[in-house]
Design a protein around this ligand. Structure first.
Ligand SMILES: [Zn+2]
Length: 147
């Protein structure tokens, strides 16, 4: 019997061993990224093309300020992260919660492989949040508080 079974990249998502590797790799990569950005004081903005929606309409799209939101979060500046783009901030927090659930599942006696199912309802909710945020963030009052 082969003790050192080799895994394909796809199996990382479905075997417990693969999920443990993922659980360790995700924070390691994020920590490394955060450290590199902070140590070398790298600006994430300016490398990406200007938002096409903003260029065409002059309004902010649901993603505008997302890069600055991530940059602020990497500097542990939660207020500015929220200020630049609250939806991106909430998305990051949601992913963090899902990550914690993913890790807790690994330590449960009754480990169940993640299903990675993405329901249509979730897609509609994300779409609705994006449209509502697009409207709200372009209302005049929004600019008195947020970017
Ligand atoms: Zn945009």
């Amino acid at each position: 019997m082969n003790k050192h079974k080799r895994y394909t990249a796809g199996q990382l998502f479905y075997t417990k061993k693969g999920n443990i590797i993922l659980a360790a790799a995700i924070p390691a990569v994020l920590l490394l990224f955060g450290l590199i950005v902070n140590i070398f004081n790298i600006r994430l903005t300016g490398w990406l093309p200007t938002c096409y929606f903003k260029e065409a309409t002059g309004m902010n799209c649901p993603g505008c300020g997302g890069t600055r939101s991530v940059q602020s979060l990497l500097h542990l500046d939660i207020w500015h992260s929220l200020w630049y783009n609250p939806v991106v901030f909430i998305l990051i927090i949601t992913l963090a919660v899902l990550y914690v659930r993913f890790v807790l599942n690994l330590f449960k006696k009754t480990y169940t492989p993640p299903k990675y199912d993405f329901s249509v309802a979730v897609a509609y909710i994300i779409g609705a949040v994006a449209v509502i945020f697009l409207i709200v963030r372009n209302l005049p009052f929004y600019h008195t508080v947020f970017y």
